[in-house]
Design a protein around this ligand. Sequence first.
Ligand code: FMN
Length: 199
Amino acid sequence: MSTPRQTEYAIHPQFLERWSPRAFTGEAIAEQELFALFEAARWAPSANNAQPWRFVYALNGSPSWASLFGLLGEKNRRWAAKAAALVVLISRTHHRRPGASEDSPLLSHSLDSGAAWASLALQAQHSGWSSHAIGGFDRERARSELGVPDGYQVELAIAIGRRGDAAELPEDLRAREQPTQRQPLASLVAEGRFSFASA
Ligand SMILES: Cc1cc2nc3c(=O)[nH]c(=O)nc-3n(C[C@H](O)[C@H](O)[C@H](O)COP(=O)(O)O)c2cc1C
């Protein structure tokens, strides 16, 4: 039994209710439902409103599933096989600013794409789905296999599914199947000056 997540200040419960399970039921997600998650991501803020995020997805059982699933590292493949969908988040690294004749770098392309990922994750939670970010995948192979052109960076894989029974996970993963905790605010926030103890 995990310790319930507790906040130091009152916040909307959605932030505590979202967590990243590994046990999925295998239930399919309708494309419409998946697109509602992309819709939420679409409304994330970004520098210059450049919206650098791009999503490549595969539904479990579709012809493209094997190609996305095969990008995952072995440890992640153990649990992600029962996800309903896999998404690869890609960001555009350059942007043509209004009136400019050449592209210039978008310094915050990863940051902005992270905001889009967070929106997707929260919308999934609202809609009764769970999401789990996966950094453990082959970004270089994703680039070639998914046809990602220059000027784009492969950021993250995301598993989406209906949360399942932890008992069905391999034993070592079962113990980790619970919401994680967070560092205290005092170790994350300082007034006026960077005054944190080094970890
Ligand atoms: C960028 C990123 C990469 C991650 N990579 C993996 C991964 O490869 N495998 C995995 O099981 N979880 C991965 N996670 C999930 C994190 O471990 C998880 O979000 C973190 O422990 C906080 O837990 P919570 O999401 O349940 O609140 C990743 C999360 C992020 C944001």
